[in-house]
Design a protein around this ligand. Structure first.
Ligand SMILES: NC(=O)C1=CN([C@@H]2O[C@H](COP(=O)(O)OP(=O)(O)OC[C@H]3O[C@@H](n4cnc5c(N)ncnc54)[C@H](O)[C@@H]3O)[C@@H](O)[C@H]2O)C=CC1
Ligand SMILES: O=C(O)C(=O)Cc1ccc(O)cc1
Length: 368
């Protein structure tokens, strides 16, 4: 087994999407994982999927060495995160306790108010997730290549920080230490407001009288992917970061208002300029998002037309592999009622000409 930074055993409390993913990722490295959940069926499912073994119901003083966690990872909904962290700090006086809740200031404040031993608490937040929760959605590779925020505070110890950094690194993530306030400010912009905008836009489709949804292409799908998220989880996240989210949302609403005004008076002086500036500012913003491996680089794209038949995509991927070309990313687009799919392959710019050449040789139809 590869040596790990994380010592066994690790206790995961809350075996839904995040808890099961942490368990699966650690089990793959050979770390012993104890699991606990308020829901017996969520616990059993997570065990059945291989995320760990049920934690024995014992107190710290009676626990065998092998059942005494070094780290407790609390993966419960944000509303109860501080309470469960507090209980874990008391139950396991030698363990470092972290939580993965999507908000960091409120749980920290709640723990401080409750007089918890903050020297052993290091809150964190893996910037990785999925729209659907529960153990069945868990993935061992969920965290690979993702930032994992470690929310440091004035009582954080070097040992505590190192333990949680080690956990993040073992799971393939990149630890990013920052304060709880800075974290909450950042996620308001890059996670919480995008969730609301995606949901509100998708909700517009509900009273679509002209069946416009039937024409939907990739654009609307891209901006509404996260609209399938769980309302119960999100109301907790948004409520815990309300003021910061509202601040960003108000600015966004002002931009929307201005652009709507320009569109209503499109022949007024400056109106077209305002619209063009909005799109151009979007170009600048999207260019700031890190790409694969955290780099900001542009990939070259080749779009291939494939027949909508079993095995076509696999054959295309194998052909590209045989040509020894590395795929950086890819997207598939289907059009309703049409028997072809469009596969956009992204490669480093230097590889584009070779890719087109190799695919043409193998009789693939290049669409763009
Ligand atoms: N869903 C996502 O994409 C992401 C979620 N997070 C955070 O991770 C945490 C967990 O989220 P998910 O795994 O998506 O939720 P989930 O709903 O899939 O799982 C939560 C689990 O916690 C259990 N639970 C609830 N109260 C409990 C208690 N008092 N004691 C023990 N178990 C309890 C539930 O039975 C459930 O199995 C949340 O705080 C969320 O903010 C962080 C990053 C991404
Ligand atoms: O699906 C995505 O793109 C996400 O960004 C998921 C996500 C949801 C909640 C979090 O706290 C962190 C990440």
């Amino acid at each position: 087994m590869t040596p790990t930074r994380t010592n066994s055993p690790v206790l995961v409390v809350g075996t839904g999407l995040l808890g099961t993913s942490v368990g699966l990722g650690l089990r793959r490295l050979g770390v012993d994982v104890l699991l606990r959940d308020a829901s017996p069926s969520a616990l059993r499912l997570s065990v059945d999927y291989g995320a760990g073994r049920p934690a024995p119901a014992v107190r710290a003083t009676d626990a065998r060495e092998a059942d005494t966690p070094r780290i407790v990872v609390v993966c419960v909904p944000p509303d109860v995160a501080a309470e469960v962290v507090g209980q874990s700090l008391v139950a396991w006086p030698d363990a470092i306790v972290t939580d993965v809740a999507s908000v960091k200031s409120q749980p920290l404040q709640q723990l401080r108010d409750a007089g918890a031993d903050l020297r052993r608490y290091v809150g964190s937040h893996p910037m990785a997730g999925r729209e659907t929760g529960g153990p069945l959605s868990g993935r061992a590779d969920l965290f690979i290549g993702r930032p994992w925020v470690i929310a440091t505070h004035e009582d954080t110890t070097v040992h505590g920080l190192q333990e949680i950094e080690g956990l993040a690194l073992d799971l393939g993530a990149t630890p990013v230490p920052m304060s709880a306030d800075d974290h909450d400010e950042a996620v308001a912009l890059i996670s919480h407001v995008p969730q609301l905008i995606s949901s509100l836009l998708a909700a517009r489709l509900v009273d679509d009288e002209h069946d416009a949804s039937a024409l939907a292409g990739q654009g609307v799908r891209d901006v509404t992917r996260i609209a399938s998220s769980d309302p119960t989880l999100w109301v907790q996240i948004l409520a815990a970061n309300g003021a910061r989210v509202a601040k960003v949302l108000r600015r966004f609403a002002a931009d929307l208002d201005e652009v709507a005004g320009a569109l209503e008076g499109v022949d007024e002086p400056g109106a077209r300029r305002r619209i063009a500036e909005a799109i151009a500012a979007g170009n600048d913003g999207v260019a700031r998002l890190p790409g694969k491996h955290g780099k900001r680089r542009e990939f070259a794209s080749v779009t291939v037309m494939i027949a909508d038949r079993p095995g076509q995509l696999a054959r295309l991927m194998t052909d590209i592999g045989d040509a020894e070309i590395n795929i950086e990313d890819f997207r598939i687009e289907h059009s309703q009622g049409i028997e072809v799919g469009l596969v956009e392959i992204l490669v480093v710019p230097e590889a584009r000409a070779k890719l087109v050449d190799e695919l043409t040789k193998r009789d693939w139809r290049i669409a763009a």
